[in-house]
Design a protein around this ligand. Sequence first.
Ligand code: PGA
Ligand code: ZN
Length: 444
Amino acid sequence: MAGAGMRIRAIRALQVLDSRGSPTVEAEAILEDGTRAAAQVPSGASTGRHEAVELRDGDARAYDGRGVLSAVANVNGPIARALRGIPVHERERADRRMVELDGTPDKSSLGANAILAVSCALARLHAKVEGVPLWRLLAGGRPAKMPLPMVNILSGGLHAGGQVELQDFLAVPHGCASCADALRAAAGIHRRMQELLERDGRAPAGVADEGGWGPRLDSNEQALEYMERAIAAAGYEPGRQVSIAIDAAATHFFRNGRYELASEGRSLAREEMIEMYSRWLTRHPVVSIEDPLAEDDWDGWAKACAVLGNRCTLIGDDLLATSQSRLERAIRERAATAVLVKMNQAGTLAETFQVVDRARAAGFGAVVSARSGETEDSFLADLAVASGAGHIKVGSVTRSERLAKYNRLLRIEAFQEGGAPLSLAPVLPLGHHGWQGGSCVNDD
Ligand code: PGA
Ligand code: ZN
């Protein structure tokens, strides 16, 4: 605990680039003795309306207006001044101080990108002076777990040029005994998927924003058929060893009260969307659907939970926006059964943990998630382990901004860094009926 009382001497930031070549914030915190640590923040494309606001410069001459020099200046100026002298172990006080200094409900004054970068850098610095792995420090008294990865294999929507409307089709290797086995399964499925698409003349030229394939398909449901074929081709039994998760990101094809499936030439009412999902659950081993409906369709979500909620997990991303008040409403109205946790939707670590802890107390599932615009920072892996959420969604098994997180998980698992062995979490509550557990028996 030698460094625990050590005070913050300086905080500084710079503009760096994310995985889409868009600017983002890196912040570095420095203690009195010169010990330092840094963190970078991610950025979404299919962002929800209720997220904390990332500050962008709006100067069209640089990065199409997406520069973050104003957020950087807020770190270097007001934030650095406000936090100087705070002991590093009083991180929550620092988070509160930044929220007060910002003074808006959505962090639009200083920018959630500025605030979160500092919040994460302080946590990393604190772990460093305590001499413990980041996940161990973040966990505190929480039941840390190796998270089960939900791995993007096929992409659509805003991440893949809208070839199909639904955004993510993910493999959930719940029949695996370890994170390493789960990633081996996912890598096999990703490769077999490429071969299947090539054979059918659908091979995309490159990967989508999160590293999955973004092929042109005849329908959204065809993505599920391909998923099952790829899972089987990789040597796993669909539904028994590896199931499917969907992130519909439905807000982004919701117009004038209807869900526009343009690639299928169909426009669906909310009830028809729920019927469509219900049919899919009968035909395909789908364990969870994220954002099945739009971000403010609370009545629709409650209906979806009533109809689908005992057959799959319904995860709120745009709906809940990692917001404590929106989570409370979902608990009250039974409008979702799990929360997607994105640090930059909340804007500080303290608020992120409040959401995870509240979800656990309410019997909600939680999935710690990356953004489609990411960096090489692996912070999220430690957050996922520490939170006890049990699930992580980082994208696919290609692109190093994704692998930074997976490889960090592999390291924590292999070396059991930080002490106690960590077992792999089971599939989300209310998972697929066909799954009875077991281990990955195959190699690709
Ligand atoms: P985003 O997508 O980072 O572009 O918002 C991720 C998700 O919808 O889960
Ligand atoms: Zn989502």
